[in-house]
Design a protein around this ligand. Structure first.
Ligand SMILES: C[S@@+](CC[C@H](N)C(=O)[O-])C[C@H]1O[C@@H](n2cnc3c(N)ncnc32)[C@H](O)[C@@H]1O
Length: 476
């Protein structure tokens, strides 16, 4: 016999006082902390409990009794249903305040470090339409909201294109307008979806793994160039040709149009051949040089990594370079260099820069970017950091005067931190998208380094994500 779920009554009059784990608002219910989605600090709310643990509860707002003065109207029509942009109902000023507070507290509580100078957070000029890359999924069974279900209206057409509902790998919310990317992003997605519905083509079903249209990636560069990649599950050559032709004609803004037929179970395109229908097969991003004398150009193909908020990436790199305090005769290392953007940004200030990165294709892009920008004092190496960055590497390439590190969310491997302690490099700049793991690593590095400066840079408005840059100086 199936076990009955115990009914948990809604929590009444919960006062939300702070922001906690994963950007959720925090309140209390008796002895227990409650993490609440859909509310902002300052609200008094009724909460439906979705998870019950010994020390805490999780839930979502079902009714707001008192509205916080920090609340603002969410701009996106899909707010609360779509998984992205969960902080849209909190004023941007307050978003920045909570992000800065999280960084400060993580450094203090996890790393037990207090920077000598804690600079104010650098907000993003663009609060919306700041992303250069979005990926949409097609579905033959689009998600219906509770309101739609309650409306009594029939929705016989269930094909759609948009984002996955949080927590559901097989459920997709159909989107008409996403406010994260500049146009022609929405127009392109809607055109492809509507064209395929009109021609009665089958959309992908994640459970049965059947259907034709699978995913759509759109990259809109700050140069105005647009790259579009359509992923099909199966080949229907005539329909595919017709769609690509019409898309290409309708949107002259598209500078590269590509497609792939992916018959695998998963959507990842990294192990797939991408076929170029029109254009050179890449787009270019431009970033002003630090010196102000001209700009750097970066080639971006369908598989290349590039910071998703390009304007803020420039601000982030400037903060990092300011903290690096590089002199013209110095050797600089850039760990976790990706496609070499930080290394190349710093190259004009240094004698030589060396970038290291796991992904060989990214290193190929980095080398190409160096050549295309006429930079001849940058070298790049591919390998797992904990293996390649070792005493032999230092013996061969020299000990850096300055080291910049920008690891993934997990932070640096223990062996990498241990080598940094051993090497006693005069200055380290630590860029991180996860201040908790950054704090952990800083706590270890504090044995030999002073944590001089810290500055958070907001790359992702309307979300709880935050990037932080820290300057470490070797103790005398
Ligand atoms: C946060 S990104 C940094 C990107 C780059 N600094 C930029 O601004 O564009 C982290 C990079 O670390 C790389 N990476 C992840 N694990 C690694 C490892 N074990 N060894 C070397 N690089 C790694 C990823 O491929 C990614 O390019």
């Amino acid at each position: 016999m199936a076990r009955k779920r115990k009914h948990i009554a809604n929590l009444e009059q919960v006062e939300l006082t702070d922001i906690g784990n994963k950007g959720k608002a925090v309140g209390r219910h008796g002895e227990k902390v409650v993490f609440v989605s859909g509310g902002v600090p300052g609200d008094v709310v009724e909460v439906k409990v979705t998870k019950k643990r010994r020390n805490y509860l999780e839930g979502k707002v079902v009714k707001v009794d008192v509205y916080s003065p920090d609340r603002v109207e969410a701009q996106c029509q899909y707010f609360g249903v779509c998984g992205g942009c969960k902080w849209q109902n909190l004023s941007y000023e307050k978003q920045l305040g909570y992000k800065e507070k999280e960084v400060r507290e993580n450094l203090r509580k996890i790393g037990h470090v207090v920077p000598e100078e804690f600079h104010p957070i650098l907000g993003s000029e663009k609060e919306y339409r700041y992303r250069n890359k979005l990926e949409f999924s097609f579905t033959d069974n689009k998600w219906l909201t509770q309101e739609q279900l309650d409306s009594g209206v029939d929705f016989p057409e269930r094909r759609g294109a948009g984002f996955h509902i949080p927590g559901f790998w097989d459920k997709v919310l159909d989107i008409d307008e996403c406010l994260l990317q500049p146009e022609p992003s929405n127009a392109i997605r809607n055109f492809v979806r509507d064209w395929a519905i009109e021609k009665d083509m089958p959309f992908f079903n994640a459970r049965s793994q059947e259907g034709w249209l699978r995913t759509l990636m759109i990259r809109v560069a700050s140069t105005g160039e647009v790259l579009v990649v359509i992923q099909f599950k199966e080949e229907h050559a005539e329909a595919r040709e017709a769609l690509l032709k019409e898309l290409d004609e309708k949107f002259p803004e598209i500078t590269t149009l590509q497609y792939l037929i992916n018959t695998k179970q998963n959507d990842t395109i990294y192990d797939q051949d991408i076929i170029t229908y029109s254009g050179p097969g890449f787009i270019e991003e431009a970033m002003p040089k630090y010196s102000g004398a001209g700009e750097l150009r970066f080639k971006i193909g369908p598989k290349s990594f590039y910071q998703t908020n390009p304007e803020q990436a420039y601000e982030l790199y400037k903060v990092a370079l300011d903290m690096a305090e590089i002199k013209k005769d110095e050797l600089v290392f850039d760990l976790y260099t990706g496609t070499g953007t930080i290394a190349l940004f710093m190259a004009e200030q240094a004698r030589e820069v060396v970038g290291i990165e796991l992904i060989p294709e990214a290193i190929e892009d980095a080398k190409l970017n160096a050549t295309n920008n006429g930079i001849d004092n940058a070298t790049f190496y591919a390998g797992d950091m904990k293996n390649i960055f070792n005493a032999d590497f230092i013996a061969k390439h020299g000990k850096p005067d300055v080291l910049v590190t920008d690891p993934p969310r997990d932070g640096m491997h223990g062996d990498v931190v241990a080598l940094l302690l051993e090497l006693e490099i005069p200055r380290i700049v630590y860029v991180s998208c996860n201040s908790a793991t950054q704090a952990r690593d800083l706590g270890l590095l504090a044995e030999k380094y002073e944590v001089k400066q810290s500055r958070a840079v907001d790359m992702f408005p309307q979300t709880h994500h935050i990037e932080n840059v820290v300057q470490l100086v070797l103790k005398a």
